[in-house]
Design a protein around this ligand. Structure first.
Ligand code: ZN
Ligand code: ZN
Length: 300
């Protein structure tokens, strides 16, 4: 009698273990600084806006130790599959470290705008082989979404005009939606402005796929139009604001409370994806507590 029960128990535990593995979220987003995010789902890993050199005196740079680990490909930065760049501003992208990274990691592809490609191409010979690993989405705000597929990653991208209106109209700002392993979807908005028509025209694109996490810039919080865009077009398990000025480091809880939603403030902090957010449903992210989150100023 004892042996069969033990066998059944072992089998049951094995099945439970397998189910637990199958349901193990194993998906996580880690904040690097400014709009830099590392997203991991199992062995599939991507970086957003991770290589940049300018803080413009107010935004968080990737801390030295993290930057070195990323460059070296030390865990958790080992086996990165793709790097996505929203736009060419020094607090999101600098060609030099990106080139260094691509040289050290010969399997990684970098996805960016025509302007991103040009910034890289301006720094190296035209026959440099790393240019073949720079994938260009040369799209404008009115263009339809563009798709790419690499390994276990599905990629869709649209252009959303940069915050700041006409003064920034020449900047190609891309919103990358990336699905890892057919399982975990995240969407990054770069420095998108809170102009609803810019999202309305891509309404079908945004509604076509639910994301596990959406990363809008922090100025969407506490801004009426930004909140409306988040409600309408950011159907996501979590909405996490990024680009929060470095002054918020160490003061994240206060900033999140003021914003009435989640924000990344401290490089290295992370969120598990595919689990319900820890805040109860009675407190929607759209609830604005006060207007302490200011509209963007200066170079973003
Ligand atoms: Zn910008
Ligand atoms: Zn910026």
């Amino acid at each position: 009698m004892g042996a069969p029960i033990k066998t059944w128990l072992t089998l049951l535990l094995t099945i439970c273990g397998a189910l637990a593995m199958a349901h193990d979220p194993a998906a996580r987003a880690t904040y690097l600084g400014n709009e830099g995010v590392l997203v991991i789902r199992g062995d599939t890993k991507v970086l957003f806006d991770a290589f940049y050199a300018d803080s413009y005196g107010q935004y968080a740079l990737v801390p030295d130790a993290m930057f070195k680990a990323m460059m070296a490909g030390d865990p958790p930065y080992d086996g990165i599959d793709a790097v996505f760049v929203s736009h060419v501003h020094g607090d999101h992208f600098t060609a030099k470290p990106a080139i260094r990274y691509l040289r050290r990691h010969p399997k990684v592809r970098l996805y960016g705008s025509r302007q991103t490609f040009d910034a890289i191409a301006a720094s190296i010979p035209s026959d440099d082989p790393i240019l073949r690993r720079v994938v260009v989405a040369d799209i404008r705000p009115h263009d339809a979404a563009k798709q790419f597929h690499v390994g276990d990653i599905d990629i869709e991208v649209v252009a959303i005009p940069h915050a700041g209106g006409r003064s920034r109209a020449d900047i190609q700002n891309l919103s990358w939606r990336v699905t890892l392993d057919d399982d975990t979807t995240v969407i990054h908005f770069g420095d998108a402005g809170t102009n609803k028509p810019d999202f309305d025209r891509h309404g079908e694109h945004f509604k076509a796929k639910r994301a596990d996490a959406a990363f809008p810039p922090y100025w969407f919080f506490g801004n009426e139009e930004g909140e409306a865009i988040m409600r309408n077009y950011m159907d996501a398990g979590r909405i996490i604001g990024i680009h929060v000025p470095a002054a918020a480091i160490g003061n994240g809880d206060v900033r999140r409370q003021r914003a009435g939603g989640d924000l990344f403030t401290d490089p290295g902090e992370s969120r598990e994806l595919q689990t319900p957010p820890s805040t109860p449903g009675s407190e929607p992210a759209s609830e604005v507590i006060d207007s302490a989150v200011n509209a963007p100023e200066g170079q973003l």
